[in-house]
Design a protein around this ligand. Structure first.
Ligand code: ZN
Ligand code: ZN
Length: 174
């Protein structure tokens, strides 16, 4: 079933009007596919823009968007293994929830980490899953990683590419 859906979305991705294909009210297929690291408007050259659908993530993301009440800009959603490995050259066989289509990285214009975090923990699938805070890492903006892993809560923060506790990241972002 998942393989079939993947194939279907994959074929849809190649359509000229792919911008128009909505997954839900506020999120489109174009945001969800694996992107080229150096040009986010292009599909990934390794997998040609694979997308792994996850209904739990999509519903949680809509709930998060409703909590922040502003457009949520996605910087990374589905990632293939090759892209993951290229992003983390020092980690042997790196894995992330992005590889299963269960994670997004995003930001909201003019909204800091604490507000993003507060909006995320109000969504049970994110509160019980993974939340990472990246302080001022996307063009000077705070970014949040959200995932719906089913292996228990995970929390972390990054300040200037250095891993810190989420408490420290939230404190620094103010
Ligand atoms: Zn890829
Ligand atoms: Zn992430």
């Amino acid at each position: 079933m998942i393989a079939k859906l993947k194939e279907l979305w994959h074929n849809l991705c190649k359509r000229e009007d792919d911008d128009m294909i909505q997954l839900s009210e506020h999120f489109s297929i174009k945001e969800a596919i694996c992107h080229d690291s150096s040009n986010s408007s292009k599909p990934c050259p390794y997998c040609h823009g694979v997308f792994i659908p996850c209904d739990t993530l999509l519903k949680a993301l809509e709930a998060f968007r409703s909590n922040v009440d502003a457009p949520v800009i996605i910087t990374s959603w589905t990632r293939c293994q090759i892209k993951e490995a290229k992003m983390k050259p020092n980690t042997p066989s790196p894995k992330s929830q992005h590889n299963y289509g269960k994670a997004v990285d995003c930001y909201v214009n003019g909204v800091g980490a604490q507000i993003l975090y507060d909006a995320a923990i109000k969504v049970p699938a994110f509160n019980n899953g993974g939340i990472g805070i990246y302080v001022k890492q996307t063009s000077g903006r705070d970014r949040i990683h959200l995932d719906v892993r089913d292996t228990g809560k995970a929390r972390w923060g990054y300040i200037s590419n250095k891993e810190v506790s989420i408490e420290e990241a939230l404190k620094q972002s103010k």
